[in-house]
Write a protein that binds this ligand. Structure first.
Ligand code: NAD
Length: 298
């Protein structure tokens, strides 16, 4: 049997990733603040841990998939956190946390002989279920070589470099583009609908044209044209990613004008629809003042 691993954070992404790891033969010790997400894992033979520290006292390798940098920091370094565990040697952060937090956590864990691995993923809930995520890793090379066979179960694994935080920066650059694509596709397709064009026809045309992007190939067909708005990624997380990317860019003295406009759109979306809303609802924010509806239920 493959190594028993700890998994903390069984949300939209964590559940399918942990499920794939269990299916690949890994024993799991799981923890989440929400009880209802633990049950299905216990039924399949996973062990429940009472805290993050407990997980880290029962597994050498602990994976986390958590919403925000402050929660990751708390779960890793806080009271009852992973760093207090007696067995843990490696912490793999699958969350999008930004380079600075990752680097700071890595430095603190190093003092305790624990290696922190930046391992953000891209590809959404669908990619997590199918095992086709992009898995971006930065950590010492020997650690990468040891983890790669396990990580291959969740997607295509890329070694970004040894510098702490570099995989997080890679991920933020990707998500800035994804957030921009979603926002501009919502605006362009709403404009086309206002001019009388069928949005399904627009998506078909765009997807063989130069405007094609992941909003038009994935989000519109799966969750927007049918008005389900159930893609599985929250507005709060999208806003966080854009904000973190711009903070990094600004920290390096860069002035990214398009990115600033995209941040203000996602800020507005976060304010109007709330951080828990599915991020595909940005179409509703754009279409309402336009007085049109993009797509129809079904
Ligand atoms: P989510 O909110 O669905 O899941 C987070 C889980 O963490 C929840 O089950 C929550 O109960 C748990 N949690 C929160 N605080 C906790 C704590 N203190 N201790 C233990 N468990 C705690 O979020 P998600 O969509 O699965 O995203 C997770 C991470 O992956 C985020 O950083 C996100 O940016 C990133 N990500 C998400 C997607 C996506 O499409 N959803 C894609 C790529 C990356």
């Amino acid at each position: 049997m493959a190594e028993t691993i700890g998994f903390i954070g069984l949300g939209n992404m964590g559940t399918p990733m942990a499920t794939r790891l269990a299916e690949a033969g890994h024993g799991l010790v799981v923890h989440d603040t929400r009880d209802n997400v633990i049950g299905p894992f216990l039924e399949k033979g996973a062990a429940r841990a009472g805290s993050a520290e407990d997980v880290a006292s029962r597994a050498e390798t602990v994976l986390v998939s958590l919403p925000t940098p402050d929660i990751v920091e708390k779960v890793v370094l806080g009271e009852g956190g992973i760093s207090g565990g007696s067995m843990v040697k490696t912490v793999v952060d699958l969350s999008t946390t930004g380079p600075r937090v990752g680097a700071a956590i890595a430095a603190k864990l190093k003092e305790r002989g624990i290696t922190f691995v930046d391992c953000p993923v891209s590809g959404g809930v669908g990619g997590a279920k199918a095992g086709t995520l992009a898995v971006m890793v930065s950590c010492p090379r020997p650690t990468y070589d040891r983890l790669e066979p396990m990580l291959k179960n969740i997607g295509k694994v890329f070694f970004i470099g040894e510098a702490p935080g570099s995989a997080q920066m890679m991920k933020l650059c990707n998500n800035l583009m994804s957030a921009s694509a979603m926002a501009i596709a919502a605006e362009a397709i709403t404009a086309g609908v206002k001019a009388g064009i069928d949005p399904a026809v627009m998506v078909d045309v765009i997807n063989v044209s130069s405007g094609m992007n992941t909003a038009t190939t994935q989000k519109f067909p799966k969750s927007i044209l049918n008005r389900r708005f159930d893609y599985g990624f929250s507005t709060g997380l999208m806003f966080k990613d854009v904000r973190l990317c711009l903070e990094e860019a600004e920290g390096m003295g860069l002035d990214l004008e398009t990115a600033k406009a995209v941040r203000s759109i996602w800020q507005k979306m976060n304010d109007q629809f709330g951080p828990e809303s599915d991020f595909t609802r940005i179409v509703e924010m754009v279409e309402r003042p336009a007085g049109v509806t993009v797509g129809k239920p079904g």
